[in-house]
Design a protein around this ligand. Structure first.
Ligand code: AMP
Length: 114
């Protein structure tokens, strides 16, 4: 989508990617909430996780999870622990309407989230 900021990042029009393959991209969050805070996105524009209703998109979400694990290992937080979060719609705090998994780690994370 031409006016989607995460599509622009995935297309390398703005920002810098820390990971990329044919279907997934990842970049550091602009406002990090932990020493490691990476956003993992599908290159395909899907607005929210509740829009994932078919097998192809479900496989894409699974691949994003594998990418999150890979980045966690590369950043040295795999053993200590990390969190993967996807906020869906306003009550969950979603503010960008392109699916993104937050990968958070590098400090003790609180639970439950606010
Ligand atoms: P959410 O509130 O779950 O939709 O998360 C959106 C996240 O995107 C927030 O953590 C923002 O800090 C982050 N964000 C927004 N714009 C950018 C950007 N241009 N580059 C990197 N991260 C961004």
């Amino acid at each position: 989508m031409s006016d989607c900021i995460f599509c622009k990042i995935a297309n390398k029009e703005i920002g810098a990617l820390v990971y990329e393959d044919d279907t997934v991209a990842a970049f550091n969050d602009l406002n990090p909430q932990a020493p490691v805070h990476v956003l993992i996105i599908p290159k395909k524009h899907i607005a929210r996780i509740s829009d994932v209703t078919n097998g192809e998109d479900a496989a894409l979400m699974g691949h994003m999870m594998v990418v999150a694990n890979k980045i966690a290992a590369e950043r040295g937080i795999a053993e200590g622990g990390y969190r993967v979060v996807a906020n869906c719609n306003e009550d969950a705090g979603q503010s960008v309407w392109h699916i993104h998994f937050h990968l958070l780690g590098g400090r003790q994370l609180g639970w439950p989230p606010g």
